[in-house]
Design a protein. Sequence first.
Length: 261
Amino acid sequence: MGRDLVPIARHNLDVSSFEALAKDISNRMQFNIEYGYYDSEKNCELLGIPFVEEFISLGIAYFNKERDTIYRLIDFSYQEKLCYEKYGDALFSMAIYNYSDEEVFHSQEYIDDMKLCLTELNYDLQYTSNGNSLAEIGREVINLDFEYFSRWSFFYNIVIYENYEEHIPDFNKFRRNMMRFCQLFGGDKIYYIDDQNRLLKGIGQSDELLYSWNELEIILKERLNDFIISIPKMMTDKYYKRSFQTCKNYDLGFVDDFSDL
């Protein structure tokens, strides 16, 4: 299985409501943002509404009404939250909710975990035309997918080894673009990890969105120890760079605070 590069940063977006978040992103990016959700057959049946199997728009946060709306902000749990508002804790035992022929009885611990999941924020900013994700947004953490550079192995090799000089200009161009998006949303650094890192146990596979920024940094430092490698130092300090060339450790992470750019 290939290993994908996951850029993680802090944000200070207004997440007080779905509409407020759409307006904040719209103002910062200076584009119109349509916001809404995708329906599901199960949730529609629970809510007693027709299933149309498409994106349901709740509105558009306009920056300029003369421009096309090319971005969508998706709330993946929007309809499930409506189901919980309608049924309360009984929702989690209902047969249709559990894809079962009869009611399923869960422990209170399971129910509490499910309720907690519904309070977590999980938004996805996408291109309207093709549904490609540009950013996953949690309460304080954002995955920045605006710029694609490479998968994990090539990124790793460029940072660690010295025979990739011809790629450094493109690499630094990528870094400058990522810096712009990071700072636009309120961050000051980006952690780059791979989604198959054995030490991170779900971080890199969207679990990072469940944490506060401080909690996430503590977890990264605890699990990766001394193997969070500074990209600016790797670009400017040959002795620092060489110290990692013999470590043969693939389960590490990189951090970029853009200090050399």
